[in-house]
Design a protein around this ligand. Sequence first.
Ligand code: DC
Length: 231
Amino acid sequence: MKDKPYNSMNIPIITIDGPSGSGKGTISKEVANILGWKILDSGSLYRITAFAVRKYNLNINNEVDVKTMLSSLNINFDISCNGEQLIFLNQENITSLVRDEKCGIDASIVARYPSVRGELISLQRSFIETPGLVADGRDMGTVVFPEAGLKIFLTASLEERAKRRHKQLKELGINVSLTAVSRDISIRDKQDQEREHAPLVPASDACIIDSSKMSIKEVSEEIIKLHKYSD
Ligand code: DC
């Protein structure tokens, strides 16, 4: 199944899917750094959509309105001088505004809509670039890049994921209790796993890694090893 129109040059792709707080973002950055590849944080696209729903006072339960608004948005990405991804919506830097848990839960709501998912497919595929792409999300290996050379499904216990997410939010200056983070993650897990379109499930050919007791370095090294074998 090579030579798909969206990847006619067969640029290598590693997909890293998994639930909230499984460490996908951190691990994807680490793996992309080691390989010198580009990165796609697909969750940010759903977060931008959710953020815009709030900004423009739309009804999040109205799929047609959400999709129509999404088609009109001007979304851009840039990289800061310290290598962080910057997100611009209609020229406004909204990087820090899309990171809170409310935006995460709303992102999970708009992510249920097939028309929203469909609208974002070509944008996600446009991230493919030489020498390679590490794509993180929920359906990278199952729907967006089904021909990826290596598919990882990264998971961890709810307790561990909540702790990691809590630490991350604290570092971003967002103060919220561990109990609240754990509750929000459970809500999102359920929404993402039980939705009809592109639910969070491992691809049939994915390698499953439980990172509960592994360091970032150990997980990254495991993925690099699997990548070398998959060549
Ligand atoms: O990875 P994240 O926490 O930034 O993702 C926010 C939400 O976006 C997540 O709960 C579900 C949705 N999402 C999705 O449905 N598909 C993706 N590929 C990425 C994220």
